[in-house]
Design a protein around this ligand. Structure first.
Ligand SMILES: Cc1ncc(COP(=O)(O)O)c(C=O)c1O
Length: 464
């Protein structure tokens, strides 16, 4: 076998020995773990075994434009063919200048100054540093929201409140986790920590719960922050770039403007690893406006010309009036279809916005099998939400094995199946998913779970 063309099994072995042994165990539970991906285009992934998979995960929010959007690919190829200078720190970088300007033009209020880095967590940590510097270290407390997800670096894992990120790593931030949307509680917390809170960070739309915060509450939080000179940071890492129903979720409400917004995922057009934050100009100038402070926050690749160019092209696409008109039509079509799913057996909730929807399910009663499972000497069966996780995993597996549809689930406070397609998905593909989902939910949960476990055992047995 050609050294550069490993089989899926060989790749798995390399993962086991050199990359991440536990991840192999996690992925192995699903049928897709036996497939090797050859290429991806639009809403579809093509595998070596000849399968065409409809991707309703959008590559975890990175593929809002669909895989390998032609204009983005063209930009990459052009960059390489012109032997452009990929890195520029001591020379002024036109791409970074234009990208910053474009962000300022697209964002409301005085959100004018941007910084670009490579991941959502990095963007959030950069925003936290800037917010802390704003009060010159005279305020020390950072407030974050219940059930939040802000990333997995040292500081961002501390302000992530999800059972998925359960381990307490050593940190140095002084933080408080409250239900930020409980306005009375927020006011009391501010009163009890008078002039000590430097920032509040929250997701206006939580992707891990597929749940928006009401605009009325966001506006109240915004007003309180302005009154108390607290920096308000909106984390739109997932919800940005029309994943929800606007460029950013908060932009649906005219009176709403945070001090800092953070973003990533589809900012790079599905190809470039780029993230960023944009800051109110007054806040930026106070924090980092002087020459002494100008480089307090930077990283080697934060000036990466090629990624900036791709992001600029992405923003061009996202500002095209016809493109926006089309995705709004698609958004409305998707909403009308997913709303009907609440009528199906075992579905007990639906929440979301735009192109990111979460479906919750009734608690499955497995005729006391769950009690039996708890006796098994397996760590995962002790998880109180084990059966719920098993059911949603069985649905994911059935969607994949029978219908070649890729979905994923979130195990934050609520367990939800996510429907998060690229914005370019065809209406007929939305219909195809809805029909498949209806067929699956017609089946007894126990049958789905048995299929899931059977598939898994067969794969282990066949060493796929
Ligand atoms: C809302 C939110 N914030 C931050 C992050 C972290 O982004 P990254 O994984 O790129 O560090 C994510 C990742 O999914 C996210 O959804």
């Amino acid at each position: 076998m050609n050294k550069d063309n490993k089989s899926n099994k060989e790749i798995k072995d390399l993962y086991k020995n050199y990359f991440n042994i536990g991840q192999v165990g996690l992925l192995d539970k699903f049928e897709f773990s036996k497939e090797k991906v050859l290429r991806a285009q639009g809403s579809f992934i093509y595998t070596e075994s000849g399968e065409k998979i409809l991707d309703l995960t959008s590559g975890f929010g990175t593929q809002n434009l669909g895989y390998n959007h032609p204009s983005i690919l063209k930009e990459r190829i052009e960059f390489a063919s012109k032997e452009m200078m990929p890195f520029s720190r001591l020379f002024f970088n036109q791409s970074i200048a234009l990208l910053s300007e474009k962000m300022a033009l697209l964002l409301p209020g005085n959100l004018d100054y941007s910084f670009f880095c490579n991941s959502g967590a990095e963007a959030n940590e950069g925003a936290l540093k800037l917010a802390y510097k704003y009060h010159n270290g005279n305020r020390n407390l950072l407030i974050h929201n219940e059930n939040s997800f802000h990333g997995k670096l040292i500081a961002t894992s501390q302000i992530t409140d999800s059972p998925e990120v359960y381990f307490d790593f050593q940190t140095s931030l002084e933080t408080k986790c409250i239900d930020v949307t409980d306005i009375d509680l927020l006011k009391k917390t501010i009163e009890a920590n008078s002039k000590n809170i430097y920032a509040i960070i929250l997701e206006p739309f939580s992707a891990s719960l597929a749940k928006p915060v009401e605009y009325e509450k966001l506006c109240l939080i915004n007003d309180i922050c302005k009154e108390e000179d607290i920096i308000l940071i909106f984390d739109e890492v997932y919800s940005g770039f029309y994943r929800t129903s606007n460029l950013f979720y908060f932009m649906n409400e005219e009176n709403l403007c945070p001090d800092i917004v953070t973003y990533s995922k589809s900012f790079g057009g599905g190809i470039a690893s780029i993230s960023g934050y944009t800051v109110d100009s007054k806040v930026f100038k106070k924090s980092y406006g002087s020459q002494k402070d100008a480089l307090l926050h930077s990283s080697t690749y934060s000036n990466y010309v090629e990624e900036d160019k791709i992001a600029l092209k992405t923003l061009e696409i996202f500002s095209d009036a016809e493109f926006i008109k089309q995705i709004h039509l698609k958004r409305d079509y998707l909403a009308s279809k997913v709303e009907n799913l609440t009528k199906l057996n075992n579905v007990n909730s639906l929440s979301g916005d735009g192109f990111h929807w979460g479906i919750g399910f009734e608690k499955v009663n497995l005729l006391n099998t769950d009690k039996l499972l708890k006796i098994l000497p397996l760590e995962i069966t002790k998880d109180p939400r084990f059966v719920e996780k098993l059911y949603v995993s069985a649905i994911i597996n059935e969607l994949y094995t029978k219908y070649k549809i890729l979905t994923y689930a979130g195990f934050n406070k609520d367990i939800k199946l996510f429907i998060s397609p690229p914005l370019v998905i065809e209406n007929s593909d939305i219909d195809y998913f809805v029909d498949a989902f209806e067929d699956i939910l017609d089946k007894q949960p126990l049958i789905l779970i048995i299929n899931f476990v059977k598939n898994y055992l067969l794969r282990i047995f066949n060493k796929d």
